[in-house]
Design a protein around this ligand. Structure first.
Ligand code: PEP
Length: 253
């Protein structure tokens, strides 16, 4: 059984002032524990605030929600992997469904971002997941497999410390609909087998997180499902009280 990873994606919530208040409340209620890893993905402007607040906590990592694939240059509004790392990021999210579906991010761009993260020695969490139309058309397995293979196409020599995977069905994100533990397990098992084919036994160590309307009530059931190694939580992670409950959920390690 792997060490669970509980990740909070604040999306465009919690600027630096709110981030400081959140971290003070969260860390006061969440004493150091060695049986899980917490990752907080704040908006980029709050990254340093979160990183500083978590600096004495090896079990709590700051992450960044997005990077550009270039190291620097004329890309107004973007930040690079080395810059995010310099600001305190220990993980980067790549290919979140809102990046793909609101901002048109493609698998080819995700692959370039994975490569950029890897070059900066910044572990990345690649997100894959199907829309409701793709699900109803029976395309889920082919789609997530392709997103995984395309996303990693430029980083074939991954080791487990470089990479996490998140299965986030688009129809479940921010909708209140959640995949059942059985459905989530089926896709996680497929992704695990793909990873195994791609990188052999190194693929067995990669944490695969589930995301999509996880909350304090459904977190425990999902976390005990086979091949679900953690949770990526959006809306229910924005308030410290709700996140405190979710972060402490689940199976003892
Ligand atoms: C997310 O942003 O990754 C997410 C899963 O959002 P929510 O929990 O709000 O569905």
């Amino acid at each position: 059984m792997k060490h669970p990873v509980l990740a909070a994606n604040w999306k465009m919530n919690n600027g630096p002032t709110a981030a400081k208040t959140f971290m003070d409340t969260f860390l006061a209620g969440y004493p150091l524990r060695g049986d899980r890893t917490i990752i907080i993905f704040p908006p980029a402007v709050s990254l340093t605030t979160v990183a500083i607040a978590a600096s004495s906590r090896p079990d709590v990592l700051a992450g960044v929600q997005n990077i550009h694939w270039a190291e620097k240059g004329a890309f107004t509004g973007e930040i690079s992997a080395p810059m995010a790392k310099d600001a305190g990021a220990r993980v980067v999210l790549v290919g979140h469904s809102e990046r793909r579906h609101v901002f048109g991010e493609t698998d080819a761009q995700c692959a370039k971002k994975c490569l950029a993260a890897s070059r900066a020695k910044l572990p990345f969490m690649l997100c894959v997941g199907e829309t409701i139309e793709q699900r109803e058309a029976g395309e889920t397995k082919a789609l997530v497999t392709q997103q995984l293979r395309d996303g990693l196409s430029q980083t074939p020599n991954l080791i487990s410390a470089d990479f996490l995977l998140a299965y986030e069905p688009v129809w479940a994100i921010g909708t209140g609909l959640t995949a059942s533990a059985v459905d989530a397990s089926a896709i996680h098992t497929l992704l695990r087998s793909e990873l195994h084919q791609m990188i052999g036994t190194r693929g067995d160590e990669i944490p695969i997180l589930y995301g999509g309307s996880v909350n304090a009530t459904n977190a425990a059931g999902l976390l005990t499902a086979p091949e679900v190694d953690g949770l990526l939580v959006g809306g229910a992670s924005v308030e410290a009280s709700s996140w405190l409950t979710i972060a402490q959920t689940g199976r003892p390690h």
